[in-house]
Design a protein around this ligand. Structure first.
Ligand SMILES: Cc1cc2nc3c(=O)[nH]c(=O)nc-3n(C[C@H](O)[C@H](O)[C@H](O)COP(=O)(O)O)c2cc1C
Length: 131
């Protein structure tokens, strides 16, 4: 079953730290191999990540991510079944964004389907055209 989860967390490192490159390296490699796609947004101190793929793979990955010491205070904002991916072109897209813009995404009412879809398409606008 195709599944999608979004969470926010607090990074132990500031924006621009080498640690983000290391995360992205392992993420793109691993995700490509197991059919996971998604996006990792970053502001000065926070991460916002969306991962999508097979439900069992997503659950295993989230267990790993949640126990990763490079961030803390991981809060899942929503999880849902998908019929179609939202980030199919990216094993893991990465973008650094302004705190104000970051807040817009975290404050969405994700229980409302239209609000959620609109939020996702606004997140896509912050990404490069393709990987
Ligand atoms: C914010 C954040 C996002 C991450 N995203 C991914 C990801 O999308 N895919 C992935 O394989 N690992 C990701 N990781 C790294 C995992 O937590 C873990 O270190 C990595 O999967 C290697 O795990 P393993 O050595 O136990 O196999 C992320 C880590 C952090 C802190």
């Amino acid at each position: 079953m195709l599944f999608q989860t979004m969470y926010i967390s607090r990074s132990i490192h500031p924006q621009g730290h080498l640690s983000d490159l290391e995360i992205m390296e392992i993420a793109t490699q691993t995700n490509q191999g197991i059919g996971i796609t998604g996006v990792l947004l970053r502001d000065k101190q926070r991460f916002l990540q969306i991962v999508e793929g097979d439900k069992a793979q997503i659950e295993t990955l989230l267990d790993k991510i949640q126990s990763d010491q490079r961030h803390y205070d991981v809060q899942v904002l929503f999880s849902r079944k998908l019929t179609q991916r939202n980030f199919e072109d990216w094993a893991m897209a990465y973008a650094e964004i302004e705190p104000g813009v970051f807040d817009q995404f975290t404050e969405l009412k994700f229980s409302d389907q239209l609000v959620l879809e609109d939020g996702l398409s606004r997140i896509r606008q912050h990404l490069p055209a393709t990987q």
